[in-house]
Design a protein around this ligand. Structure first.
Ligand code: ARG
Length: 458
């Protein structure tokens, strides 16, 4: 396979140098984008009369043939090619002969690779967004199915208060919504067309960059040729967005792993998403969730890798930039897979409602509700805190429940405490008492569920 730059060299490159520098083993994934970009470029060259129209037509026809084989899944990259640009170029040459040599007019691989990557990102952002929406939908369906279940909620890994399970679930939906807006931002900020920057300074040929941008669906052209060929911010942003999305997924996974423990026993994960032990026949382990939790480490690692790769890199193109690809491709693939697996897990998840009901009986969950009651009667928050602190401590020492205190005993803690306090000491009352916007109040949560279902087209 001949290289695109061989003429200046009298020596053949060392095979080890080839092995070390070739990117075809991973950039072959860009084949479709490389061809689509080249079609637009050739059309522009023909329209501008930079190359004869008849040659442009031959180039476009040849490229469309290659595109057809890519779309049918029949394209097999040539491992002897240096990169995907070289591979496509030489295929075109063998298809149409001499006119193929005119395709690279007013273009460098430096702007070509940025274009390929931008087209790749655009497609993947759409797929990632669809996967995020798919998971949001699965969570909303699961929450609606279990809309009245109440569970304990934690701070410091200590059971603290009770909430609707749906309220906890909608927290995930919010996280994912932010991921979606970040993906949207990535697409918006990356929406400029780099072609025409050539190696770095532009060209003296009369190209029409706006025309290529229009053909390829970009709304702007890159304003500075040096920035265009050296900028990889759009890659950093997409990896960063993926990294944060995987962190969200790892947090969800951790909650579910926690809930599936024998100690908690709140949910059941379908067997098809669990694995067994080679030595302990009774085990049913949440390995899929553990790998979701663990995979996030990989993407966070790639985020560090791309930052360090770019740090201190002088303008303009440097070959280091080639290494952005494995990091980005694997970040996107991993994130997408994690989203898809988590969606299936949610679709198969079952809540152990009897256990949930048992777990929310502890009356210490309701101390804040009693405090709020006292505040409504004019007691200061600080005093209410002290009163409840003393009550809880006494009850703990004597092994008693708050609800077992007589009216007389209640009055000893505070004259503002009356018999109605006992009505507060149950989980349903606790969630119903919450009234603030964004709280776990069932009416508000159910309204949120409806809003999400509508927004997600369910
Ligand atoms: N494989 C290269 C990359 O991924 C393509 C650009 C090569 N440009 C060059 N001047 N060697 O960045």
């Amino acid at each position: 396979m001949s290289k695109l730059w061989g003429a200046r060299f009298s020596k053949k490159s060392d095979p080890l140098a080839d092995l070390f520098t070739f990117s075809i083993s991973y950039d072959h994934r860009l084949a479709k984008y490389d061809v689509v970009g080249s079609i637009a470029h050739a059309q522009m060259l023909g329209k501008q009369g930079i190359i004869p129209k008849s040659d442009a037509v031959k180039i476009v026809t040849g490229l469309k043939k290659i595109l057809g084989s890519i779309e049918k899944g029949k394209f097999k990259y040539d491992p002897k090619a240096e990169d995907i640009h070289t591979d496509i170029q030489s295929r075109l040459k063998s298809l149409i002969g001499k006119p193929a040599d005119k395709l690279h007019t007013a273009r460098s691989r430096n702007d070509q690779i940025v274009l390929d990557m931008k087209l790749y990102c655009r497609d993947e952002i759409a797929q990632l967004t669809a996967a995020v929406i798919g998971l949001q939908k699965a969570i909303v369906v699961f929450s609606k199915k279990n809309a009245d279940v109440i569970i304990p909620a934690y701070t410091h890994m200590q059971a603290a208060q009770v909430v609707l399970l749906a309220h906890h679930m909608l927290a995930y939906v919010q996280m994912l919504e932010r991921d979606k807006t970040r993906l949207f931002d990535c697409a918006k900020r990356g929406d400029f067309m780099p072609l025409g920057s050539c190696a770095l300074s532009g060209t003296s040929l009369k190209i029409d960059r706006l025309y290529i941008a229009k053909l390829l669906g970009f709304s702007k052209v890159a304003a500075n040729s040096m920035d265009a060929v050296s900028d990889r911010d759009f890659i950093v942003e997409l990896i960063s967005t993926c990294a944060l999305a995987t962190i969200h997924l790892s947090r969800m996974a951790e909650d579910l792993i926690f809930w599936v423990t024998q100690e908690f026993d709140l949910i059941d994960i379908d067997e098809s998403f669990c694995t067994g032990s080679s030595i302990m026949p009774h085990k049913k382990n949440p390995d899929v969730l553990e790998l979701i939790r663990g995979s996030s480490a990989k993407v966070v690692g790639y985020l560090t890798q791309i930052h360090v790769l770019l740090k201190g890199l002088p303008l303009t193109y440097n070959r280091d930039l080639q290494l952005d690809k494995p990091a980005l491709f694997d970040s996107v693939d991993t994130t997408k897979n994690m989203l898809l697996v988590m969606t299936k897990i949610f679709a198969s998840l079952k809540v152990k409602t009897a256990n949930a009901a048992q777990r929310v009986k502890d009356e210490s969950f309701f101390t804040v509700d009693v405090m709020d009651h006292l505040v409504k009667k004019g007691v200061s928050y600080r005093d209410a805190h002290d009163i409840l602190g003393k009550m809880v401590s006494d009850c703990l020492k004597r092994g008693r429940a708050l609800s077992s205190l007589s009216l007389g005993q209640l009055k000893q803690y505070s004259p503002a405490l009356d018999g109605s306090v006992k009505k507060l000491l149950n989980p349903l009352m606790s969630v119903k008492m919450k009234a603030s916007l964004g709280s776990t109040n069932p009416d508000l949560v159910h309204k949120q569920l409806d809003l999400w279902a509508k927004a997600l087209g369910q």
